[in-house]
Design a protein around this ligand. Structure first.
Ligand code: FAD
Length: 440
């Protein structure tokens, strides 16, 4: 993700640099005023391009899943593009405000004349300036709420819906305040593409069209509580459901007012449009879900999404699967799908970390599924028995492996600890795939 965002900004900078060279030439004198002008253009351009990228990625473009490596990564890139865009918008605003400071310190000499477009465009420029300023204040407030993890997600989600409106205000700002010279240069073409793509994405979002083609209705067939704090829901979907690959997830709406929540499909595709979710009580909505759901009620499922799929590994190497708590769901789907295709089973050590083995609703099921698949060795680690899954445990058992593939799904803290620990212990050559269960 970091590389992609850096490359994206490099492309924008290159386009701006092209315009700069043709407008100023290499020997143009550099003054505080020219630096201010260039910083104003560049921060504005960076911020707006990233905001457009974030807007496009928010439409859940399934065609980008392959290059990005899955929808969870698309969301992570969306999040960081948005955060960076807001930081740069703040920098853009500060540069804009710096003219009084430059005047006070260096005087007015060398001040660059303001570009005047005249008529309608000039009038729109005043409006665009106001729009930009108010949008930046709103974006900064949104950034604070996004980074403040204790702020309730449900309220945050509703506030976040205002982003397309803010984007359209910024698009107007960019369209009318970009220097006129930009429009005859590659940077102008790039800006026009961003404005068009971001505006289309905003309209899609405001109209509620995101994911529309992948939305399928259905009914809840069964609701079970296989263990404390876990609800298992089986749904039967309409004919338009195209099936899923084991390891994928979907956005599920049981309650129209609550909206969609992402859950992994914890069952394999049996071709009967029946899918199961195992849902852990992790927050306001998922707590007490079993009492609120009833067999026969309507459900809407949008998906499938995701590329968490051990089959996508091209190399025939040893695999290490690691599940932490409810992160077991994609592995349940994998194991179920392998029951009918045992010849596809790779050589796997599967580590499942749970708090309490005896009360865990998944251990017996995992054991039963693995019993038919001798190439998969299941290791259960239970915290209440002082069995902690650490990087050293994995390293000790796999130090001799040439370049294992690690597939991880579980809490972010465990993933970070394992990934960092394995790198320190020298298993850094392992490929670490992880599914993020967090989108904010
Ligand atoms: C790709 C993916 C797959 C997942 N698979 C499973 C699964 O198989 N089983 C399971 O129990 N949990 C799964 N989760 C997590 C599950 O989505 C959240 O636990 C659930 O949405 C929490 O909702 P809440 O209102 O109870 O909690 P809250 O306290 O409101 O939210 C807790 C956290 O859950 C996330 N979240 C909440 N609502 C949404 C939403 N509408 N859209 C996106 N993220 C949200 C946010 O990160 C939030 O900070 C998955 C998450 C993702 C992203």
């Amino acid at each position: 993700m970091k590389g992609f965002l850096a490359g994206f900004l490099a492309l924008v900078t290159l386009a701006w640099g092209w315009d700069w060279m043709s407008a100023n030439g290499a020997l143009a004198p550099i003054t505080a005023w020219t630096v201010r002008r260039d910083a104003l253009h560049l921060t504005g351009l960076w911020s707006f391009s990233l905001m457009s990228l974030a807007m496009v990625l928010s439409t859940r473009p399934a065609w980008l899943e392959r290059p990005f490596g899955g929808m969870d990564r698309i969301y992570r890139t969306h999040k960081w593009a948005g955060i960076l865009a807001i930081g740069l918008a703040a920098a853009h605003w500060l540069v804009e405000m710096s003219d009084d400071l430059i005047k006070a310190v260096l005087g007015r000499e060398g001040r660059l004349p303001k570009e005047h477009a005249g008529g309608f465009v000039e009038a729109m420029r005043d409006v665009a300036e106001e729009f930009g300023e108010w949008a930046i204040y709103a974006l900064l407030a949104m950034l604070v709420l996004t980074l403040w993890k204790r702020f309730p997600f449900t309220i945050w989600r509703y506030l976040h819906k205002v982003m397309p409106v803010l984007y359209l205000m910024l698009a107007l700002h960019a369209a009318f305040l970009a220097p006129i010279g930009f429009w005859s240069q590659p940077v102008g073409a790039l800006l026009a593409v961003f404005i068009a793509a971001g505006s289309i994405a905003s309209v899609q979002s405001l109209a509620g069209w995101i994911g529309r083609r992948r939305r399928v209705g259905g009914v809840v067939e069964a609701v079970r509580e296989p263990g404390p704090g876990v609800t298992e829901v089986t749904c039967r979907l309409n004919e338009s459901w195209q099936g899923h690959r084991a390891g994928q997830f979907a956005f599920v709406t049981f309650d129209r007012f609550e909206g969609a929540h992402p859950f992994t499909i914890a069952s394999a595709d049996r071709g009967n449009r029946r899918i199961t979710f195992a849902i852990k009580a992790l927050g306001d909505y998922t707590r007490g879900l079993a009492e609120r759901l009833q067999a026969g009620q309507a459900v809407q499922v949008e998906g499938p999404y995701g590329r968490f799929d051990f089959r996508s590994s091209t190399r025939r190497t040893e695999q290490i699967w690691i599940a932490g708590g409810i992160g077991v769901t994609p592995f349940l789907a994998w194991l179920e799908s392998l029951q009918c295709t045992p010849d596809e089973v790779p050589d796997v050590d599967f580590y499942y970390s749970t708090r309490q083995r005896d009360a865990d609703p998944f251990v017996a099921r995992l054991e039963a599924l693995c019993a038919n698949l001798p190439a998969i060795r299941l290791h259960v680690f239970s915290s209440d028995r002082n069995e902690t899954l650490t990087a050293s445990t994995v390293h000790e058992r796999h130090a001799a492996s040439r370049r294992p593939e690690i597939w991880f799904c579980g809490p972010r803290g465990l993933a970070d600890a394992l990934q960092d620990g394995l790198r320190r212990l020298g298993l850094g050559r392992a490929r670490f795939h992880r599914e993020a269960f967090e989108m904010r």
